[in-house]
Design a protein around this ligand. Structure first.
Ligand code: AGP
Length: 608
């Protein structure tokens, strides 16, 4: 979704802004722009890719020591150059904005009455004029911004430069992330740390309601009351290598192959701390004591991780677990139970529906909250009483892969922590689980070695219009995930069913043209799955079965089998996620779609 970058330096910052915007491209956007102060405010905006805007900026010779840039994902107003950011008000200031201003219509009317003209349909231009209005009253960009944000309702991250003030950028944050990067005699701002790590690792995350001025030699932050405050400086751990493609063709491919490492890294604190509530922060013991239930909230792939976790939590910990799609939960009446642990799962930590669902749960009386997230300092973990950060590293491909499998690892640990706290984990079982977790990166590596066989299957999938995915029990969510991956990046219509549901409707869809993917590990439900397979074969459907190495599953006419590694018990969904990711990836490759940036999708869904 939208991305912000800004810089002030003793050198030309245009290349810094462009580089930052390119690093934000993965989030999804439809137009881009930069504005700089070079005596007067100069701006270049383009719909389409950052590269097109870069060429235009270079043709116009844009260069300056102070500037801001933006990638826009259209919400208010279509994809046009006039709606792209930065917005300039009266030649006095340029502004970029992430988020949505709820009271933009009433402010627009007010500003029109004050004589301001509008050249876009955006809520952002309203903010630009509002700050300009106060700038004319106060003569000071910082005070003007503080006054303006008091009159706004909604979510925003703002970066502003003024013609009258070449020595600073002013930024503000409410509901959308924003950070400041501190260099040597230069400073940067961004909505995502990946946009600045090529310049500096020293970062300061702003808090809700903060307004700050950013100068070459430092930063002054003011909280929502206007009081000067100190925000802690941190050293970002995001590695530049995780933002580069290296030898891979796509980030998705790279991220699929990074899974053994990502899982091993995520396991590190778990194996070090053991299955103790301390794993989730200093309040872990207090907030996990006496749990009576678990409520999981998430969207998309993260929701499917929650569905696997429900199985683990009920089987191992013996507490009831509900899993809700965050965008549904936030709008339905709920019965809050103070004994329930609310777990949000989000790769980005920014997904608006998940964030709002958590806010709603808290407002309704839930105080035991845990966030499982891959991005430190993002909104959802900040709002949660407890946190567990997965160590997947930056995930750039829109299709979530390593974030999913590391979420599963974290959720398995959660189930065992609760089980142990409830006295349901014997020392012997604990040792067996530790052993299984230690072997997990290796099993995932074995699954990755299946790539050539899966790529061959993908050739058969590429011409298809539809596909069915079947799984049972723990692996039904993996079937859902396989179908989501395939439709997301290859645009093949895919649906997933718990295999037992087949005869209750979807069997009517099965014919020679319908490939049916079956996740068939060697577990207690294998015989049931085999019967479901016969139902499909009898109707002429072509089966593609992922079976464990140790299961008795023979190939026959119309039944193709790929053997995944030896069955790994309860952790099997982690291993089985890998082949369905690779199937989607290679099918998309064969169809020539934009794997890392599929149409209509964004990496972080920060709008409703
Ligand atoms: C996954 O491939 C998708 N891109 C999407 O479903 C994603 O998982 C969902 O939007 C939730 O994102 P989050 O984990 O960042 O909250």
């Amino acid at each position: 979704m939208c991305g912000i970058v800004g810089a002030i330096a003793g050198r030309d910052v245009v290349p810094v802004l462009i580089d930052g915007l390119k690093r934000l491209e993965y989030r999804g956007y439809d137009s881009a722009g930069v504005a700089v102060l070079d005596g007067e405010l100069k701006r270049v905006r383009r719909t389409g890719r950052v590269a097109e805007m870069e060429a235009a900026a270079s043709a116009e010779g844009l260069a300056a020591g102070l500037g801001i840039g933006h990638t826009r994902w259209a919400t208010h107003g279509g994809v046009t150059e006039a709606n792209a950011h930065p917005h300039i008000s009266e030649g006095e200031l340029a502004l970029v904005h992430n988020g949505i201003i709820e009271n933009h219509e009433e402010q627009r009317e007010r500003l029109k009455a004050l004589g301001y003209g509008f050249s876009s349909q955006t809520d952002t231009e309203v903010v630009a004029h509002l700050v300009c209005h106060h700038l004319r009253e106060t003569g000071d960009l910082l005070s003007a911004t503080q006054r303006a944000v008091r009159e706004l309702r909604g979510a925003y991250a703002l970066a502003i430069i003024a013609r009258s003030d070449p020595s600073r950028l002013v930024v503000a944050r409410m509901g959308c992330p924003l950070l400041v990067g501190l260099g040597e005699g230069e400073a940067f701002v961004a909505s995502d740390v990946s946009a600045v790590v090529a310049q500096t690792r020293r970062v300061v995350y702003l808090e809700e309601g903060d307004v700050a001025e950013v100068r070459r030699d430092g930063l002054a932050v003011f909280d929502a009351t206007g009081a000067a405050v100190q925000r802690a400086e941190q050293v970002s751990g995001v590695s530049l290598a995780s933002l580069e493609l290296g030898p891979y063709r796509h980030f998705m491919q790279k991220e699929i192959h990074e899974q053994p490492r990502a899982i091993a890294d995520t396991l590190e604190p778990i194996l070090e701390t053991g299955f103790s509530p301390a794993l989730f922060g200093p309040r872990g013991s207090e907030l996990l004591a006496g749990l009576t239930g678990v409520q999981i909230l998430a969207c998309g792939t993260s929701h499917y991780a929650g569905l696997v976790a429900r199985y683990w939590i009920e089987a191992l910990a013996g507490v009831p677990c509900a899993v809700d799609i965050a965008s549904e939960y936030r709008y339905r009446p709920i019965v809050a139970n103070p004994g329930t642990l609310v777990v949000t799962i989000s790769q980005s930590g920014e997904t608006l529906d998940t964030f709002e669902a958590l806010k709603y749960a808290i407002a309704e009386g839930h105080h035991r909250t845990l966030s499982i997230c891959n991005v430190a300092e993002s909104a959802i973990p900040r709002l949660s009483a407890m946190q567990f950060l997965t160590r997947a590293g930056a995930e750039i491909g829109v299709a979530s892969t390593k974030a999913f499998t590391t979420q599963l690892v974290a959720l398995f640990a959660l189930a065992l922590v609760i089980a142990k706290a409830r006295g349901r984990l014997t020392a012997e079982d604990e040792a067996l689980h530790v052993e299984a977790l230690r072997h997990l990166p290796g099993s995932v590596q074995h699954a990755l070695n299946l790539e050539p066989q899966i790529a061959a299957w993908a050739e058969r999938f590429a011409p298809k219009q539809h596909a069915l995915f079947l799984g049972r029990g723990l692996h039904f969510p993996i079937a859902l995930e396989g179908a989501l991956k395939l439709k997301e990046i290859s645009y093949i219509h895919a649906e997933a069913y718990a295999a037992g549901e087949l005869k209750h409707g979807p069997l009517a869809l099965v014919d020679r043209e319908m490939p049916v993917v079956v996740i068939a590990p060697n577990d207690a439900l294998l015989e049931k799955v085999k019967s479901n397979i016969h139902e499909v074969r009898a109707r002429g459907g072509e089966m593609f079965v992922f079976a464990d190495a140790d299961s008795q599953f023979g190939e026959e006419e119309g039944v193709h089998v790929i053997r995944t590694p030896r069955h790994v018990g309860l952790l099997s969904p982690v291993v089985h996620a890998v082949p369905v990711q690779m199937l989607a990836y290679h099918t998309a490759l064969a169809r020539g779609t934009d794997v890392d940036k599929p149409r209509n999708l964004a990496k972080s869904v920060t709008v409703e």
